[in-house]
Structure formats: C-alpha cells, structure tokens
Design a protein around this ligand. Structure first.
Ligand code: WTA
Length: 683
C-alpha cells in the first residue's frame, strides 16, 4: 500500500512542494569551469540512451584500472541478480591509492581533525603505506580473501585505512556505525560471521569519550563465536581491558609489517562490503556490494555531481558507518585523487560554529551534509556562520532525506553566499551511488527537488499496476527500470529476501526503491518519503519493527507499535504506542518513559530512542488482527481521523490513544544535538 499517497499527509506533501516555483540556473562562471557542462551532459544522456550497457562499459574501461580486462559487461541471465564486468579483475585500493602515487603521491589525501582539535594529514603515499601495513597485519592474523572483517571505529583516518586494508586482500568489510549499541553490533557481527573485529578504545563525541571497546566486549561476551581476533586502535588513551589471546593493539599488530602489499586481484563481482540497513521486518538487511561496479558508480558520480577539481577540499560530513561515508569519503573521492576532510566529533562541539570553523580552517570548497544538520544549525541564527570565512565554498550538497525549501534557501544564501549551486542527491544504501541529482554546471535546480536521474539511470514513477505515471504531479512508486553497475547484488545470506524486497512488487520488471515520488511538469522528481515501515530520523533509516522488537523485549512491555511523526529538525521522530503487562500506567509515567527510552537506546543506539511514548490498554486492530498503523500515524500527528474505523475491533480505544500525551522526558542531549545524534549526521 502506498501510504504516503493516501490521506491528508500526501496531499499536504504534494501541495507544499507544488508551491515551490523558484528555479536556479547554474551561473555562467560555474558552468564554464565545470567538469560537465550542459553539452557534455546531453552527450552522456544520448550515449546512455543509445546503448545502456555500452555506456557503462566505456566508463568502466576509462575510469578503472583492470588487471584483467572484462569482456562481458552485463550478465542478466540470472536476473534480478545482475552482474557487471564479471570476468574482469581489479583491486579497489589499487584504484584509489596506487594509481595516484606517481602523479600526486605527496598530495594530501586525508585531512583529519579530531573533536579535541588535533589535526593530522596523510598524503596519498602515507595512506597507501598505512593501508599496506594493516593489510599485511590482517593477513598475518589469518584473514584471507572472502573473509569478513567487522569495523567499529570512530571517524578517524584508521576507519578509512581499515576499509582499504580489507579490500586490498579481498576481505569483505562490514562497518558498524560507532553509535550503535552492543546488541546491534552483535547481531551484525553474527550475521556476517566476521573473523576479526577492528575497534578502538573509544572516540570523542560531544566532549565525552564514547566507550567503543566496552560495547565491543559486551557484544562478544554475549555471542559472536566467529570472532578470533580483536584489533584495538588507541584513540582516547583511556584504559580498556585487553583479553589475552584475543585482543591486540593496532600499533602492535602492524609492527614490523612492510609498507607494501601486493593487491589481491579479485573478480569485479567479488563482494567489497556488507552494510546493514533497516527494512520493514525486525532484522536489518546486509546489503552486499560488488567491487568493480560499485567503485565505478562511486567514482563517476563523485566527478559528475561534486565536480571535483585537483585543488578542491571535499568534506562529506557522513560517518563511514553509513553508505554516504563509504561512497563519498572512502571510495569515490579517493578514486579521483581528491583531498577529503574527516572530522571525528559533534557539529556543535564546543559550539554550533564548529562545522563552519572547520570549513574555514581547512579551506573546504565542496561541502556535503544532511538536511537535518542544516536545519539544526539554521536554528542557531545566521550570526554563527557569519563569524567564519566561508568564501572558499563553491558547491554544496544535501543527502539523506527531502530538504525542505526553507532549509534549502538558507543553505544557499547563508552558507553558500548565494553563489554556490546546491546538489540535492537522491540515493540509498542499496543503490551504492547517487542516482538522481543536478549536475552543478548543467542542471537548473528547484529547492526541494533532486531534479532528474543521472546519465545511465532510468528512474521512473509508476502506479499500482506498474504503468508510468505521466500526469505531472501525481505520485507513485519510485522505481529504476534498468540495472546499473553500483546496485546491490543481494542481501547477505538471504537472496530470497533480496528478490522479495526489491523486485517482487512488479514481478521483477523494475527495482523498487521503497520511496514514493512524483514528477512536475518539467519532469523533475520530488521525493515524498518511504512507502514501507521505515522511518527516516535525522537522515537515518530506522525500521519500525526493530524499535518495536526492542520495546517488547523490556519486561514491562506486552505490545508496541511505532510510527513516525514529522519533526522540525529530525525530519521524522519516533512515536511509540505501548501496551504494558498488567494495568496501563497512569499518573506520573515519566520514570517508565525514561526507562523505556533508555532501553531502546541500549538495544539499538541513541538514534532509535522514541521521542514520544503513549500508553494504551491495547492497540487498534482490524478484526483480522492487523495493527492499524495509518490510524496510529494520524493520531500521532494530531490529524483528524478520516480512516474507516468501522473494522476496528475495539473502537473505544481511540479516545485513549488520542488522550493527553505523556511527554517523554527532555532529551538527554541538548535539543540541537538531538537532530544530530550521530557523528556528523549525514546518512
Ligand atoms: C531517503 C542514504 C529525499 C530516501 C544515501 C531513501 C532522500 C533513503 C534523499 C535512503 C534525497 C536519501 N531526497 N529523500 N536527496 N536521499 N533519501 O539507505 O527515503 O540511508 O530511500 O541512504 O533516504 O537512505 P540510506
């Protein structure tokens, strides 16, 4: 069912975006210097339309260095398990590091600033050496081609080093965001069967040390029998327990290892990484990406969308625990030989000017973040960014959720000084790389629209029957009609779920993104939101079922239903209806509310904590026992109930559900930080 399309919410969405009439043309100056201008873009589109596979084959030959060239471009004989460039061999770290050594070996690859203010720079040569040392150390610990390595680190250069060290030897990395709790880490490690865990004594966040090793120890104490070794980076220097025979310091592990490591020349389809994301059931999905196709997507989109030139300093604020940090920190920009900025900590530490100070101090020219961060920083007022010199910025990007026109305009005017184009990039963990975005030197932008698909991407909006919705401004399912190289290959260990989740809705005819969208009269796409039971909180995907499972695992909770509620900064917030064992709690429920919120935080991570909890005697169900989520959503939003409630088994429950809300206790983090509950906020 297309939930966003029925009811008031959908018409509000559609109307609010329709009022947006402003269009911004690329300036003549930007267009003249851009890597892709209007003529080049038109030529790319023509080429892709004429020969879809041939277009990608040409790019794959030109952009990547192959040890063994491929002869087969696209194999669709096993659709929807597509493969690209399957008989070609390459190495990803070679394509991101070694290829630059002759021409730009001394160029800065990574500028790092820790939250306490410590700064480190790594040239391409130094990064290459560190990657090789760790790759050799991993081999010495028995990690081989195809083995899985879990990475649970703060956002420090070693996170990038670890990812490349894995792919250098053909090991498959699975990065788990440092904000996830021990049980979430354990589930992910167990699903991958990782042999080695790479973690740290901790990281800095909001002035506090985040105790990663403590969480890792807890995860391993509760399970994870596949883990043989834990490699521990010293970051905060705080004391940690090291388990003899299992735990090894990073600096000791790499001691004596050569700064050279022959790359493993793996097949293009060899998995590069697994990354877990939420779906509509309780169990997160292990998105499996390939090596060749993925790297091609990450590299060309970095060039096209971020227009990187040799002198640019690119800052994508996402943590490598999310796909954005994979494609636009670790892979795309390094494949292009760019300089990237990495920042460990909170955007508001020690104050709300930190992002802008970082842009100033490190001369950031291309800046990519999430709407939730923009909205949160916007609230602090223009004087804050006004204190910093942002004149180096030339291009701004947005990702993770629809950006509301107000935030777009503020970003454009206050941060971009009215001169920087904004690229609103639509994509997903599953798509591997940006699929829809303006090209800054070629596409006119409209605040709130991700504009049109990139060359080689055939996105469409279709109705329930799968027919393309051609009437302007009528919503439907967002789909992609043809396979593309950086698409996910499967779900780790569950190909049936892969087929069901992304392909079954229209009998394998298209990839179903799970978003609803509509197109305006110019063919521009406007994303309306998810059509499944996935919330988007601060640009992060959270499955309602995951939060419900966490709640019902608390001894006091009998049943729970979670829905999203629009939130000024986070985009959406978590609203939970809870049925307790025994009598419904009444009176002052603040303590129980706080306990349940903490419980969810401990089970999943701080980002999943419900903002609102409302207690009821039972949940509204149809006679067949299905929870009426649409109804719960309307109630959470304070909307009039227009749904048919005649099938409701227990109509009397409505008043209770609507009843005076039990306000959850104030956020533990300050309000601003709440929208930015994860390092650097972008998803
Ligand atoms: C949403 C993040 C509107 C969308 C890269 C998608 C967006 C989900 C945009 C994927 C955008 C991402 N405009 N919505 N520019 N970018 N989304 O897997 O609902 O964390 O399906 O990947 O975020 O989230 P994910």
């Amino acid at each position: 069912m297309l939930r966003q399309l029925g009811g008031t919410m959908a018409s509000q969405n559609i109307e609010s975006v329709l009022h947006e009439q402003r269009t911004f043309q690329p300036s003549a100056e930007f267009a003249a210097a851009a890597r892709i201008g209007a003529a080049e873009l038109a030529a790319l589109r023509r080429e892709a339309a004429g020969d879809h596979a041939g277009f990608w084959a040409r790019l794959a030959r030109e952009e990547l260095v192959w040890k063994t060239p491929f002869t087969v471009t696209l194999d669709d004989s096993n659709a929807p398990n597509y493969s690209w460039f399957a008989d070609g061999r390459l190495n990803v770290s070679f394509n991101c590091l070694d290829v630059h050594l002759a021409e730009r070996g001394e160029k800065t690859a990574i500028v790092f600033e820790g939250e306490p203010g410590d700064v480190r720079r790594l040239s391409y040569r130094e990064l290459h050496a560190e990657v090789c040392r760790l790759a050799n150390a991993l081999k010495a610990q028995g990690v081989g081609c195809g083995d899985r390595v879990a990475i649970y680190l703060p956002l420090v250069p070693e996170a990038v080093i670890a990812m490349h060290a894995c792919n250098r030897i053909g090991a498959i990395h699975s990065v788990v965001f440092g904000g996830f709790s021990a049980p979430a880490l354990k589930d992910r490690i167990e699903d991958t069967g990782a042999k080695v865990l790479i973690t740290a004594d901790g990281g800095w966040r909001g002035g506090q040390a985040v105790e990663l090793k403590v969480a890792a120890d807890k995860a391993l104490a509760d399970g994870c029998p596949s883990i043989e070794r834990v490699i521990v980076l010293k970051r905060t220097g705080r004391p940690v327990l090291m388990q003899p025979g299992r735990d090894l310091w990073w600096h000791e592990a790499i001691e004596g290892h050569a700064a050279h490591c022959e790359p493993a020349w793996i097949e293009a389809e060899h998995p590069l990484f697994l990354l877990y994301t939420s779906g509509s059931t309780g169990k997160p999905k292990g998105i499996q990406h390939s090596s060749g196709g993925y790297l091609l997507g990450a590299k060309v989109t970095t060039r096209w969308v971020f227009d990187l030139h040799e002198a640019d300093v690119f800052w994508c604020t996402a943590d490598v625990g999310w796909v954005t940090g994979h494609s636009y920190v670790t892979y795309g920009p390094l494949a292009l030989g760019a300089t990237v900025l990495l920042y460990e900590g909170s955007p508001t530490f020690p104050d709300g000017g930190r992002f802008w100070k970082l842009c100033q101090d490190h001369r950031v020219s291309v800046f990519y973040t999430a709407p939730t961060a923009i909205r949160a920083l916007m609230k602090l007022g223009e004087e804050v960014p006004g204190r910093y010199d942002l004149s180096r910025l030339r291009l701004l990007g947005s990702v993770g959720e629809p950006i509301n026109p107000e935030a777009w305009m503020w970003y454009h005017r206050v941060i971009g000084g009215g001169r920087c184009p904004i690229v609103d990039t639509w994509w997903q963990t599953e798509t591997g790389a940006i699929l829809m975005s303006p090209l800054p030197g070629a596409t006119a932008t409209k605040p709130g629209s991700c504009t049109v698909p990139l060359p080689g991407i055939e996105a469409d909006v279709v109705d329930e029957s799968g027919a393309s919705v051609s009437r302007a401004d009528t919503g439907g399912y967002l789909v992609v009609r043809k396979p593309w190289p950086s698409m996910l290959r499967t779900l780790w260990g569950d190909n049936e779920r892969y087929r069901a989740a992304y392909w079954s809705r229209f009998n394998g005819r298209f990839y179903v993104a799970g978003d609803s969208a509509h197109r305006d009269g110019d063919g521009y796409f406007w994303i309306l939101g998810r059509v499944d039971d996935v919330l988007n909180v601060s640009g992060h995907r959270l499955g309602t079922m995951e939060i419900e499972s966490a709640l019902v695992s608390h001894p006091r909770v009998a049943e729970a239903a979670v829905v999203g509620k629009p939130h000024e900064i986070k985009g959406e917030s978590v609203f939970a209806y809870v049925v307790c064992r025994g009598a419904r709690p009444t009176g002052d429920t603040r303590q129980l509310v706080a306990e349940l919120r903490d419980w969810v935080g401990q089970q999943l991570g701080a980002i999943a904590k419900p903002e609102h909890i409302r207690f009821a005697d039972n949940l509204p169900k149809t006679r067949s026992g299905k929870i009426m989520r649409r109804l719960l959503r309307s109630i959470a939003r304070g909307e009039d109930i227009i749904q048919d409630v005649s099938t409701l088994e227990n109509p009397a429950i409505l008043d209770q559900l609507r009843g005076i809300e039990t306000p959850a206790e104030a956020e533990e983090e300050p309000g601003l930080e709440a929208g930015l509950a994860s390092p650097a906020a972008a998803g």
